[in-house]
Design a protein around this ligand. Structure first.
Ligand code: MN
Ligand code: MN
Length: 460
């Protein structure tokens, strides 16, 4: 009976039972580099800059429309400093399609409002407007750093980064002490901390002299000394507070990685490493680091922007190929994270169809919500292709969805790629505590996601 069972039943195995010592070493080597990248990439702008720096080391040059593209050439296109597309030109014509992997590099965070600074009761604060889906109570009483740009009226871009380097000051949003929180404790978790309540503490020492707003004046003059900015310059700034935790190993066995922004820089890095490692591919490989996914992929740097089509059209034009021919023959891995099964919250999951830590790259046939609303729902043919591809390349993977039928849900860039007439499927790393200031992933799953993207790039 065991024999016939093993022949007829589908059974998944823990990934660590499937790899040898050499591959365990490869997992560690890969994750060490990823942790370094994540630690210095706290915003989409930083993730893009750091990716370009690495790409240049690997021989990528900036793309210019009309340049001659030979097989093996490596180019990149940076969209307004917030999104990036890299390409390695394949031996085949783009009429045979491209192999695309698309991740996003924006992450939930606390943005400053346009008129952010004020003083009350001799304390100075920033007002904020959060970005992306967050559980607000998770963002109070944790150390925060300030990142972003202030663009002066004359167009000069001033880079701001406070709190990343050791010894620099950090920021915090305070919470009410439990002794006095009887009324707050009766509220729901969604109402206990409000959007307007997320205000960042900036300082407490008044400017010498008389008059009001002396603490605000003292804080503003520190910023003026550091960056030469005035309060009016906040009008044209993009400043954001992000968690100040360093990326680190988690667990006594060091098998997990904790950090801010795994969603979706963990897949962005997998794609980057894969496109750096691909050698003379048959079909042109495309790596996308998109912006604005967390707020619906709208906007000029989001995946709904025509920037991607313009870039691809330019590539196609260099070979005299029509863009629509290229798209209809292309394949896209929408590389985004998925929810990892968490035994502490098992009620929300559907165990036999949710992703498990250390079971490898998570493939989502569909995302969306309720009756599969708002998703591209990849075809069975596409899933069968991945079964073949990953088997051949030794990629450990699992087919997943996001929680119970009418409970879970989510969106990625997949549908925007599929709407372009490109066969697309979601694939990425399962995450614990997704969208929290400190998310957790498994090293094994990170590595397998890289291996999966590389297998797609290398396929003929
Ligand atoms: Mn994501
Ligand atoms: Mn997300």
């Amino acid at each position: 009976m065991d024999e016939i069972k093993s022949k007829l039943f589908y059974e998944q195995k823990n990934g660590y039972d499937l790899i040898d010592t050499a591959e365990r070493v490869a997992v560690e080597d890969y994750c060490r580099e990823y942790m370094e990248y994540l630690n210095i990439s706290r915003t989409e702008r930083e993730a893009v800059i750091n990716a370009i720096d690495k790409a240049r080391e690997y021989g990528f040059v900036e793309f210019r429309a009309g340049m001659e593209l030979r097989p093996g050439m490596k180019v990149y296109y940076c969209n307004r400093g917030k999104a990036l597309i890299l390409a390695v030109i394949g031996k085949h014509s783009l009429a045979d399609g491209a192999v695309i992997a698309g991740a996003h590099v924006d992450a939930p965070r606390i943005d400053l409002k346009q008129n952010p600074m004020y003083e009350t009761d001799e304390l100075c604060y920033f007002r904020t407007h959060y970005y992306g889906g967050i559980k607000k109570y998770q963002w109070v009483t944790i150390p925060l750093e300030l990142h972003g740009v202030v663009v002066l009226k004359d167009g000069t871009v001033v880079d701001v980064c406070i709190g990343r380097e050791p010894g620099e000051p950090r920021f915090v949003i305070t919470d009410l002490l439990p002794h006095m929180a009887q009324e707050q404790a009766k509220k729901t978790m969604a109402e206990g901390i409000t959007g307007e309540g997320l205000q960042i503490l900036l300082g407490s020492v008044p400017y010498a002299g008389d008059g009001k707003d002396r603490v605000k004046l003292a804080v503003m003059s520190i910023l003026n000394d550091m960056y030469g900015i005035t309060e009016e310059d906040f009008l044209s700034a993009e400043l954001t507070a992000v968690p100040a935790f360093d990326v680190c190993e988690v667990g006594l066995d060091r098998s997990l990685i904790g950090g801010y922004g795994h969603d979706d820089r963990v897949c962005a890095y997998a794609e980057l490493k894969a496109i750096f490692d691909v050698k003379d591919p048959e079909r042109t490989c495309i790596c996308i680091l998109a912006d604005k996914e967390e707020i619906g992929s709208d906007g000029v740097t989001g995946m709904q922007s025509a920037a991607f089509d313009c870039f691809m059209e330019d590539l196609c034009a260099s070979q005299g190929v029509e863009l629509r021919r290229c798209y209809e023959n292309s394949f896209c891995l929408s590389a985004d994270v998925t929810a990892a099964f968490d035994p502490l919250y098992s009620d929300a999951y559907e165990k036999s169809n949710d992703a498990k830590v250390n079971y490898g790259m998570g493939i989502c046939k569909f995302t969306g919500a309720r009756g599969k609303s708002g998703t591209s729902d990849a075809s069975a043919e596409v899933v069968a292709y991945l079964r073949r591809l990953f088997d051949k390349a030794g990629v450990v993977w699992q087919l997943t969805e996001m929680g119970k039928v009418d409970l879970g849900g989510g969106g990625t860039i997949a549908k925007y790629m599929a709407n372009r007439n490109i066969d697309t499927i979601d694939a990425g790393v399962p995450v614990l505590s997704m969208h929290a200031p400190f998310e957790v992933v498994s090293k094994f799953d990170c590595y397998m996601t890289y291996k999966g993207v590389l297998a797609a790039y290398n396929d003929d």
